[in-house]
Ligand binder design. Structure first.
Ligand SMILES: Nc1ncnc2c1ncn2[C@@H]1O[C@H](COP(=O)(O)OP(=O)(O)OP(=O)(O)O)[C@@H](O)[C@H]1O
Length: 432
């Protein structure tokens, strides 16, 4: 979905009002504190004899969700959004950290207590097809969670299922149909009715509209907004599509390689992004104004492995704004040139066609001296002799590793330009 065709505009005329218009409570419903989830990844038959590798899918994540708000969670595929959501709900056991829901620590709850608490916390998933049992009738699907939590008698559950089908925009007469008779959007509405059946306060929505057509997305999002208002729901809404996030969220959290890199109120995040990763993500939305082109960073390179994430700021290996190491006395243009060379060597994005061409390509406008020149000269020699690995190691060790970005984990509170809410950015550009 492009920004130009936001859900508000593509809807069939029944705009339920964007999240901005909603009055949001200020009480905390959920508090996530230092939440961490690592997965063991066995490496072959010897894994039983050695410590297996750990996939560090979620690392030290902290934030709050207020009653009645929608917190959007965005980030590239594989950055840990689903793992974070499942760990919050204790569908996965956390490796470390706490999750307070209405003041009680879910991370410490066991068996029956957790099961009872789950009634208040529901989840809907991306693929409405696979999350609905094709053999069950819609009515039974909606009634199932009520049954599991011992809510109402048979008649009461049936009445409630009819009522909820209507609330989510389906025909209550469809109570006896099977899921295959419904479209993708309708199936997601069945999921909504099922989640709502146990009267939850909190719903985690994991990419709930990603599999739907744009026009259908808009309608489902509008229904979700209307249901939120009617039932006083709080949403954690996961999506990789920024225009969906922009439409539905009150505040937005941006995740990269298992960590939160930025969190702010929606307008502040979209109008005043302070993390280079957020800026790069935003630049991937088509911009109607061509003058805006080139003013934001472009996302280059692959996401590193969560088995061995970069030290300090995890985004630093792709960051166009890596901070210069203090021990080198470099001007902005000099550091810019060295940084561009480092990134190109790391990604092997050029053909080494001789020293002259290489220097012309990266260092035409700057002359280097002292230790910087010595290191760069050695790296150039290595590239020309085909030893990219050694060139990369030299540059990484002497420049990247010496940057504050590699040495300290960033976490800064910033004065917002829009609104009064807190603005968190995990980027050392904001250090004093
Ligand atoms: N059970 C598991 N065992 C090992 N690694 C896992 C497991 N589940 C997830 N991971 C890894 O954890 C990381 C985070 O995955 P996760 O599915 O949470 O990301 P995501 O942001 O939700 O991605 P997507 O949008 O593609 O669903 C990935 O590297 C993934 O491969």
């Amino acid at each position: 979905m492009s920004d130009a065709r936001s859900p508000a505009e593509t809807d069939d005329g029944t705009d339920a009002g964007g999240a901005t218009d909603r009055t949001t409570g200020t009480d905390t419903l959920l508090e996530v504190d230092g939440l961490t989830k690592h997965f063991d990844q066995g490496s072959g038959f010897l894994s039983g004899f050695f410590d297996s590798e750990q996939v560090r899918a979620v690392e030290d994540v902290s934030f709050e969700i207020r009653e009645g708000e929608t917190l959007g969670l965005v980030g590239e595929s594989g950055c840990g959004k689903s793992t974070l959501a499942r760990t919050i709900l204790r569908l996965l056991n956390p490796t470390d950290g706490d999750v307070y829901f209405k003041g009680s620590n879910l991370a410490e709850m066991g068996g029956e207590e957790l099961r009872a608490q789950r009634q208040d916390m529901q989840m809907i998933f991306q693929d409405p097809q696979s999350s609905l049992d094709p053999r069950m009738k819609v009515g039974t699907i909606v009634e199932e969670p009520m049954k599991a939590h011992g809510m109402l008698d048979d008649e009461g559950r049936e009445d409630r299922a009819h009522e909820l089908l209507e609330k989510v925009g389906l025909d209550p007469q469809h109570y006896n149909r099977h899921p295959h008779a419904f479209s993708g959007g309708q199936r997601q509405r069945i999921n909504l009715a099922r989640a709502l059946s146990v009267n939850p306060d909190f719903i985690v929505c994991d990419e709930p509209v990603s599999a739907l057509d744009v026009s259908i997305q808009a309608q489902v999002l509008n229904t979700m907004n209307a249901l939120q208002e009617e039932f006083g729901l709080t949403y954690l809404f996961i999506a990789h599509d920024l225009s969906v996030i922009r439409y539905i969220s009150d505040r937005v959290a941006v995740m990269y390689l298992g960590q939160l890199v930025e969190l702010a109120e929606k307008e502040e995040l979209f109008e005043n992004p302070q993390h280079p990763y957020t800026r790069a993500l935003l630049s991937s939305i088509p911009v109607p104004d061509p003058r805006a082109e080139g003013t934001r960073g472009v996302l280059e390179g692959d996401v590193p492995s969560p088995i061995d994430p970069p030290s300090g700021c995890r985004f630093r290996t792709r960051c166009p704004e890596l901070i210069r190491p203090p021990e080198y006395d470099l001007t902005d243009p000099q550091w810019e040139a060295v940084r561009a060379f480092m990134r190109a060597v790391d990604r092997r994005t050029f053909e080494p066609e001789g020293e002259r061409a290489l220097r012309h390509r990266f260092f035409e406008d700057v002359s280097l001296s002292g230790e910087t020149a010595t290191i760069v000269d050695r790296a150039v020699e290595n590239v020309l002799s085909g030893d990219w690995t050694e060139a990369n190691r030299l540059l990484d060790e002497n420049f990247a590793q010496q940057s504050v970005c590699a040495q300290e984990e960033p976490a800064y509170d910033i004065e917002p330009e829009h609104g009064t809410g807190a603005h968190f950015a995990a980027c050392h550009l904001h250090r004093e």
